[in-house]
Design a protein around this ligand. Structure first.
Ligand code: URA
Length: 445
């Protein structure tokens, strides 16, 4: 087999066989196929696409390129959850303890923040002492003992994706639907859960800005999951404006604690109940979505979900006292209000600009090796549909620099740009657009 012939075949619109795809993934991971040939292939895939069968074969070859995790020693059906990433998306912090409290064991591998989107590991590490670098054995032991664990991806999980993603990043081939679907699903399949719930974000702050593209990505991932024998459901959710009100690591942990006390923002709670109900259903812990929701709501009200979060923190060496006293989380030196210049109603609150404002303050990283500041970020006071008077606080910047310094000024400018305020009333946008399961697409009105 010659790599040249396979690039030519894909460039001409041909369909690669499973054997050819295995050869390419093995050769690239093992270093016998150079970056320039893989880059040419990625570009050919970008323009020609892949059939469902090719995408599944690519995903399975990537999933098997390194370690795979067996969760066999954890009793019960294991359900994983993945979000395609957004701004203020602290869903995992709420959802994992919530479903664990309902008896669904969760061994979750999470990522770090990059660009304008946040990462669960950075948020959890803002809790003093919290350790996310667990070995696979430590993670399984933690789930056996307390029912949940959240850890960073081990070094040798899906090495093919690490290499290919870095290559795509510098060759303008990230936004290829089959390559995104294979990248995400290879990691989920290697992580060993029996079923997968995907939160596919759509809108300004998301990877996929258009609803139709988000449904198409969801559909591709659900087909891969089913083809790999893992029941998969994808919920399409709004990322036009940030989720909740907190954007920044410690600020988001504090908001997650409030949500677990049943006092969080309505959109965050609604999303957690929706995704959680699917997780319970796929785990066989609720006969239907409505029963699942009701069960989860009771666990929020009783405090059981909050106690699970405390158990997670303590099990991973963090200070569980933050649950009762969030002031123990890192605090910024100053808080700077950003005020409305004119009155009206908020029509848009662009998620990406808010994510970039938090990034400017130091809450995220431009490059993988950058350090982050856990205390800083943006607290949003007004969201889409809210009325504002001139001089009202739109948001508060949590800073560790002087208000006149360039990061604070840049963040202030980005927050001002994020808001579109008009005199006429605005309708609150939908949070959930629909879902995709084995039977296809379902649009919600
Ligand atoms: N997230 C991933 O893990 N992979 C992609 O290709 C895109 C988003």
């Amino acid at each position: 087999m010659r790599v040249y012939d396979l690039i030519l075949k894909k460039r001409s619109g041909g369909e690669l066989t499973g054997e050819e795809i295995n050869f390419l993934v093995k050769g690239y991971t093992g270093g016998t196929i150079p970056d320039y040939q893989m880059a040419a292939l990625a570009m050919a895939i970008f323009f020609r696409g892949m059939t469902d069968r090719e995408t599944l074969d690519l995903t399975l070859a990537m999933a098997q390129s390194g370690d795979t995790i067996s969760l066999r020693d954890i009793p019960g059906a294991k359900v994983d959850k993945h979000s395609t990433g957004g701004v203020g998306d602290k869903t995992t912090l709420v959802l994992v303890p919530l479903v664990a409290a309902a008896g669904v064991p969760v061994a979750k591998m999470s990522g770090r923040s990059l660009g304008h989107t946040g990462g669960t590991l950075d948020k959890l590490e803002s809790i003093p002492g919290f350790r996310t670098s667990l070995s696979i054995a430590e993670m399984i032991r933690a789930v056996q003992q307390v029912g949940l664990a959240v850890a960073g991806q081990t070094a040798n999980l899906v090495p093919a994706d690490k290499k290919l993603y870095a290559l795509r990043d510098v060759t303008a081939t990230v936004d290829s639907l089959p390559l995104i679907a294979a990248s995400i699903m290879s990691k989920k399949i290697a992580a060993g859960a029996d079923a997968i719930v995907l939160d596919v974000k759509t809108g300004d702050g998301a990877f996929m800005k258009k609803l139709e593209d988000s449904f198409a990505l969801a559909e591709a991932m659900v087909k891969i999951g089913s083809g790999a024998g893992r029941e998969t459901v994808a919920v399409i959710t709004n990322m036009d404006q940030p989720l909740g009100r907190a954007v920044g690591n410690a600020l988001e942990v504090q908001e997650a604690i409030e949500a677990l006390q049943g006092k969080g923002p309505a959109d965050l709670e609604e999303l957690c109940l929706c995704l959680g109900a699917w997780m319970l259903r796929l785990a066989g812990k609720a006969p239907g979505l409505q029963e699942g929701r009701e069960k989860l709501k009771r666990l929020l009200e009783s405090g059981a979900a909050l106690e699970k979060f405390r158990e997670l923190i303590i099990s991973q060496h963090g200070d569980g006292a933050v649950i009762d006293n969030p002031a123990l989380l890192p605090q910024a030196a100053a808080v700077l209000p950003v005020r409305a210049e004119a009155g009206g109603c908020v029509h848009r609150l662009k998620a990406e600009a808010i994510g970039r404002a938090a990034l400017a303050l130091g809450a995220g990283r431009e490059r993988k090796e950058d350090a982050i500041d856990p205390a800083v970020g943006v607290a949003i006071c007004k969201k889409v549909g809210d009325r504002v008077a001139p001089g009202d606080e739109l948001a508060r910047l949590h800073l560790n620099c002087a208000p006149g310094d360039p990061p604070a000024q840049q963040a202030r400018r980005l927050v001002m740009e994020a808001y579109e305020i008009k005199p006429e009333p605005a309708v609150e946008p939908p949070l959930i657009f629909g879902y995709v399961d084995r039977s296809g697409r379902h649009y919600l009105d």
